[in-house]
Design a protein around this ligand. Structure first.
Ligand SMILES: [Zn+2]
Length: 193
C-alpha cells in the first residue's frame, strides 16, 4: 500500500457528518471518490481512515474487474491449489471477440483467453473457467481424465450449471467443437448429466 502522507488525493471528497458516529465508508461517484467520516475524528485519525478506505475500495474494484495481470496471478494460484501447480500459463488475458466461448487456450504457447462477458460474474465461476482452460494445458480433449482433473476444483459442477443457465437465457449459440477447446462445447454437457 502506498501512503498518502498528509495530503488527501485530489479526486477524493471527504464528507464529515456529526451524525455518523461510528460508520465510515467510501464509494465512487463518477470521477471522484466520496469518503464519509464522522466529524469528530482527529486529523491523524482522518488520514488513517481515508488511506484505509481508499485501499479497501481499490481492492473491491480490483476483485470485480481483474486486470490481465490479476487473471494471470489468479490462474497460477488456482493451478497450485487444484492442479498440483502443473499447469503454468505463459499469459492469461481478456478478449472481447469470443462471443460463443467463455474461454479458450492454446497449449502450444500456453496462452489462455477469457471472454470479457465473464466480467461481473461470481468469482467462483471465473475461477472455474480458468481451471478448465488450465486443465487443457495438460489434457487437450474432453475425456474422462480431463473432467476428473477439472473436478478437483470443488465448484466445477455448480459453475457449469451457472454458465449453461446464462447461455440459455441469453440464447447464445453453443460453440461447435473445433481444435480450440472451449467451455461451451456440447461435449461439456454430457458429463453434467
Ligand atoms: Zn474445454
Amino acid at each position: 500500500m502506498i501512503g498518502y502522507g498528509s495530503d488527501v488525493p485530489p479526486n477524493v471528497e471527504v464528507r464529515r457528518s456529526s451524525r455518523r458516529r461510528r460508520t465510515v465508508s467510501a464509494y465512487r461517484d463518477g470521477e471522484k471518490v466520496v469518503v464519509m467520516l464522522p466529524s469528530r475524528l482527529s486529523k491523524a485519525e482522518e488520514e488513517q481512515w481515508i488511506e484505509t478506505l481508499l485501499h479497501r475500495l481499490a481492492e473491491r474494484e480490483r476483485r470485480r474487474r481483474p486486470s490481465d495481470a490479476d487473471l494471470h496471478a489468479r490462474a497460477l494460484d488456482l493451478s497450485r491449489r487444484h492442479l498440483g501447480g502443473r499447469a503454468v500459463p505463459a499469459s492469461v488475458r481478456w478478449v472481447d471477440n469470443q462471443h460463443a466461448r467463455w474461454g479458450s487456450c492454446t497449449p502450444d504457447d500456453r496462452t489462455i483467453r477469457l471472454s470479457t462477458r465473464l466480467r461481473g460474474m461470481p468469482s467462483w465461476v471465473l475461477d472455474y473457467v480458468l481451471v478448465h482452460e488450465l486443465a487443457h494445458l495438460l489434457i487437450p480433449g474432453h475425456g474422462p481424465d480431463f473432467w476428473a482433473l477439472v473436478g478437483r476444483y470443488p465448484k466445477s459442477e455448480r459453475a457449469r450449471g451457472y454458465l449453461e443457465g446464462v447461455a440459455a437465457t441469453a440464447h447464445l449459440p453453443l460453440a461447435a467443437a473445433d481444435d480450440e477447446p472451449d467451455v461451451l462445447a456440447p461435449t461439456h454437457h454430457s458429463a453434467a448429466g
